[in-house]
Design a protein around this ligand. Structure first.
Ligand code: AMP
Ligand code: ZN
Length: 136
């Protein structure tokens, strides 16, 4: 399924060109145009889903397997020292293109990137309350 005016749908069909690293019936893997590091790539499902919440289970099942294969291959080919998988859902979470995608970010000892967050120190009670909110 395609969504009108979705840039990643247009990339998936080839209407907008991309540097494609891998393609099969379900996915296209492309180089990010504004990479965090050398080799930063994106896994795009060919069928439109806005985000993880909408992603069909059969695509969700396949996406981590593909991410693993790409990470192994790219780490070897690029001589990376590590790898981040990043997947943003919703504007507040940093999603700017609302077509599900997974970032494949090779990491290098000297890449100068910091893909991290500020840690907090909740009380034990606060952690218990969060757990109850989720599973209770
Ligand atoms: P996110 O912030 O998780 O939605 O990530 C969107 C990513 O898409 C960003 O890293 C952009 O650099 C990348 N991007 C946007 N347009 C293109 C494009 N035409 N080709 C390749 N990457 C793109
Ligand atoms: Zn789309």
């Amino acid at each position: 399924m395609r969504k009108a005016n979705c840039i990643f749908c247009k990339i998936a069909t080839g209407e907008i060109p991309s540097r494609t690293l891998y393609e099969d019936d379900d996915f296209k893997v492309i180089l990010d145009l504004e990479p965090a590091t050398k080799g930063h790539a994106l896994i795009l499902p060919k069928s439109h889903a806005d985000n993880l919440y909408e992603l069909p289970d059969e695509i969700a099942e396949k996406v981590l397997k593909l991410a693993k294969q790409m990470a192994i291959n790219m780490t070897e080919k690029l001589g990376a020292d590590g790898f981040n998988l990043v997947q943003n859902n919703g504007t507040v979470a940093g999603q700017t293109v609302h077509h599900f995608h997974m970032h494949l970010i090779p990491r290098y000892a000297d890449d100068g990137q910091d893909i991290n967050w500020e840690k907090s120190q909740p009380s034990s009670e606060d952690l218990d309350a969060v757990k109850e909110q989720i599973v209770g």
